[in-house]
Design a protein around this ligand. Structure first.
Ligand code: FES
Length: 154
């Protein structure tokens, strides 16, 4: 797995156009954009770290903390949107007290709103790590999250 320095070596020219591809590659390999990564990218592209952070937070694809043990992907694609996913997303946020891109204080759960999860006919769709749940309802949000909470308490 390439580290931050070897990813940056692939972009030898100082071009701000490279910012998003670099951040995407770092996230793909390290799972999130660390503070160290922001600093190194800033010095590589000769941009202030605060500017990079500001630009990166504009795209909600980037995360700045490692994922939780149980990482929840909630689909925000068009089809799920039509199937009222907003109610599911709101309930999930309320249940865990975090939003997309955040991790619970105990590190057990994280949430990420994603593009299509390939289950459009059975939306809203949610996944916990690699397990998929279709036709989500408010009740199912509670059942599923409670299940994973119980695993941790048993
Ligand atoms: S839009 Fe949600 S699964 Fe395709």
């Amino acid at each position: 797995m390439p580290d931050i320095d070897s990813i940056l070596q692939k972009y030898p020219f100082v071009q701000t156009d490279n910012l998003i591809p670099i951040l995407q590659e770092i996230q793909e390999n390290l799972g999130f954009i660390s503070k160290e990564a922001l600093i190194k990218v800033g010095s590589h592209l000769q941009m202030p770290t605060s500017k990079i952070y500001g630009l990166a937070t504009f795209y909600n694809q980037f995360r700045f903390e490692p994922k939780g043990k149980h990482h929840i992907s909630i689909c925000n694609g068009t089809s799920c949107h039509i199937h009222s996913n907003a109610i599911i997303i709101k309930e999930l946020y309320k249940k865990l007290g975090i939003k997309s891109g955040e991790v619970t204080k105990n590190g057990l759960f994280s949430i990420e709103e994603t593009e299509c999860l390939s289950g459009c006919g059975k939306g809203p769709v949610m996944a916990v790590n690699d397990k998929y749940f279709t036709s989500m309802t408010v009740e199912k949000v509670h059942e599923i999250v409670n299940f994973y909470m119980q695993i941790e308490n048993s």
